[in-house]
Design a protein around this ligand. Structure first.
Ligand code: 5GP
Ligand code: ZN
Length: 120
């Protein structure tokens, strides 16, 4: 299933340009338009799934495959010493694009901490 106005569905259909990292029948990985580190790409299912909140048992194989793909592609892209995998989810997770995406960020110096820790 594809959504007409979803940015990432439009990337899947080739209506919006992107730089492909990996593609098969059900998965697309492409470089983030606004990289925060030397390696920064997204992995998405080609079918429209709004967020992690919408995953069901039927998505196990697809997301198992995506999770195994993430470190393989990260290494190939140059993140040989680790990376951060971020899946912003929903309003509280500050998800900006409503098509589930894994962000893989790394390839440079160790990243900053994710969330500010309260001072003790
Ligand atoms: P999130 O929804 O997790 O906050 O982040 C969305 C991510 O998608 C951001 O890192 C943003 O830079 C990236 N992004 C948004 N629009 C586009 C686009 O049109 N092309 C590409 N390649 N990346 C995009
Ligand atoms: Zn979509």
């Amino acid at each position: 299933m594809q959504h007409a106005n979803c940015i990432f569905c439009r990337i899947v259909r080739g209506e919006i340009a992107s730089r492909t990292v990996y593609e098969d029948q059900e998965v697309l990985a492409f470089h983030d338009i606004n990289p925060l580190a030397p390696v920064h790409f997204l992995i998405i299912p080609k079918g429209h799934i709004a967020s992690m909140m919408d995953l069901e048992d039927g998505h196990r194989d697809l997301f198992g495959k995506i999770m195994v793909l993430a470190p393989k592609l990260a290494r190939e892209q140059g993140a040989k010493d680790g990376f951060r995998l971020i899946v912003n989810t929903g309003r509280v997770g500050r998800q900006e694009v409503g098509h589930v995406h894994l962000r893989i960020i790394g390839g440079g110096a160790p990243l900053g901490s994710m969330l500010p820790r309260p001072r003790s």
